[in-house]
Design a protein around this ligand. Structure first.
Ligand SMILES: [Zn+2]
Length: 509
């Protein structure tokens, strides 16, 4: 490591290009991330790795040239130069963001196509960035829900910091987002905001009255009658018996009962969305992306309901960047779309038209993971004015790397998943028959990776990331992932190439 620092002392202050060219790329067990070499005055900051961990290495011409804010172990070099080895700590992430503002997440509200790249491990950013660079998208590299935080023993701060370090390592300056995903309370939103997350996905499932979707007319009328007179008049006047034309051959009709039902189902949720919007404005000015999520419900969002929600959000002056309806069909974890694709196409087209004609926001497709069958429709009908959210897919790529590279660890992870599956099934809607998965004892090591192309085994490993990452396999897993970092980067890149090409996103300029 000292040799790497010393390879640069003669070139400090001579510019980044020179430093990148002259740096000794590896020495002993230490390797430099070549793209991470960045000049700060008469100092240079870069990311390195040894067989155990990643770390920052800062080399400065003298003590007074050492950029302030970084922490770590310092040592002296020849001719008065100094160096510091810093862990990937909170303080060092904050210092990186100060000197390299592009390493901090930002609002992507003006970007046409955005892709949420859930990264539960904090290791996938380099692969995500490589794929994103090839097409016209901005990635939301940090994205996690509260449940995922618990299952992975992470915090929003850590989720953002992990992305920040790897964005720095990859020298990715085009801007990325960070999403506090599926948040339901102001307290959780505040935690995400404190971690610098500009995107908030507001999950309205707990504040909406979803049950009223199935009420009979008498029950709807009774609940609606309790609204203030002026509000009742406004709702019936604006919606009852109205037809909203979206295109030459597409319109949405709302009858009186539907208008009242929507008011009963959504008014409290819409008022809460307005409160959250004010809160975000106060905290971040215009620098935020609010996503409205109504996808965590048991029945699909009807076009009439989508239209009502959109118009009522605008009436309340809520500026939102994207909205996630619940689409028809099954969007189960880790496997492709289950359902009638023609019907999906027909309904999705209407949702996309509502978004285009009523406020021009992005339709957000929470694909869970690999819903490749619907991608062509999603890309075409939104004209790529879209947010795509993937979650567990990068985790399954990590499991695949382990299946190839460390068969014994894969076997232990698979067994851990089997041991915990009954608990996890209480949290996820999965219809897979896990009995179809062959017993591990009957499979050779070479046969293990094929399990990650089998829907049942994919779902098993997908939903059990919590027990694997919080139990006694945690350390071994992360050690292996560090060892096979390059394989993981390659797999993630190829996997996201597939996502983005099926969406038909135009190539980068
Ligand atoms: Zn969702």
């Amino acid at each position: 490591m000292k040799q790497i620092a010393e390879s640069l002392t003669a070139y400090l202050g001579k510019g980044e290009a020179v430093l990148k060219e002259k740096v000794l790329k590896s020495s002993g067990n230490v390797t430099v991330y070549g793209d991470s070499v960045h000049a700060v005055g008469n100092a240079v900051v870069m990311m390195c790795r040894d067989e155990k961990q990643k770390f920052l290495l800062i080399t400065a011409a003298g003590t007074k040239d050492m950029p302030a804010g970084f922490e770590g172990e310092t040592f002296t070099l020849a001719a008065g130069a100094v160096a510091m080895k810093g862990e990937l700590s909170e303080a060092n992430a904050a210092a990186l963001r100060r000197y390299f503002p592009w390493s901090a997440p930002k609002s992507l509200r003006n970007v046409r196509t955005t892709v949420g790249c859930g990264d539960r491990l904090g290791l996938a950013t380099i692969g995500h960035v490589r794929a994103a660079k090839k097409v016209q998208v901005s990635p939301v590299l940090a994205q996690q829900s509260i449940r995922e935080l618990t299952m992975t023993k992470r915090t929003f701060r850590k989720v953002v910091d992990d992305a920040c370090f790897l964005v720095f390592a990859a020298d990715y300056r085009d801007g990325y987002g960070a999403d506090g995903d599926h948040l339901k309370t102001l307290a959780d939103i505040d935690t995400a905001l404190a971690a610098g997350m500009p995107m908030i996905t507001l999950d309205l499932s707990d504040v909406m009255n979803a049950a009223a979707g199935d009420w009979d007319a008498a029950a709807v009328n009774e609940a609606f009658d309790r609204f203030p007179a002026a509000q009742k008049q406004m709702i019936t006047g604006d919606y009852a018996g109205k037809e909203f034309v979206l295109a030459d051959d597409v319109s949405v009709k709302i009858d009186e009962l539907t208008a009242k039902r929507c008011a009963v189902m959504y008014t409290a949720a819409l008022d809460f969305a307005a409160e959250v919007h004010e809160h975000l404005k106060a905290a971040r000015g215009e620098e935020f992306d609010l996503e409205i999520s109504i996808d965590e419900t048991s029945s699909p969002t009807l076009p009439s309901h989508h239209l009502f929600i959109t118009r009522e959000l605008h009436r309340r002056n809520v500026e939102f960047s994207s909205l996630a309806p619940r689409f028809i069909g099954e969007f189960q974890k880790a496997i492709d779309y289950i359902g009638d694709l023609d019907e999906f196409d027909r309904q999705f087209k209407v949702h996309a038209l509502i978004a285009r004609n009523h406020g021009n926001y992005k339709i957000s497709v929470h694909s869970g993971s690999d819903k490749f069958a619907v991608y062509p429709t999603v890309g075409r009908e939104t004209r790529h004015y879209l947010h795509l959210k993937t979650a567990g897919t990068s985790w399954l790529e990590a499991v695949t790397v382990i299946a190839y590279k460390d068969p014994q660890l894969y076997r232990d992870m698979h067994q851990c998943a089997l041991d915990n599956v009954s608990d996890m099934l209480k949290l996820y809607h999965i219809t897979a028959d896990f009995n179809k998965i062959p017993a591990l004892s009957t499979l050779s090591d070479e046969e293990l990776p094929a399990l990650m192309t089998m829907p049942e085994a994919r779902q098993l490993l997908h939903i059990n990331y919590g027990p694997i990452l919080t139990g006694n396999l945690r350390e071994r897993f992360f050690e292996a992932m560090h060892k096979f970092e390059a394989d993981y980067d390659d797999r993630i890149e190829a996997h996201f190439d597939k996502h983005l090409s099926l969406l038909g996103v135009p190539a980068a300029k």
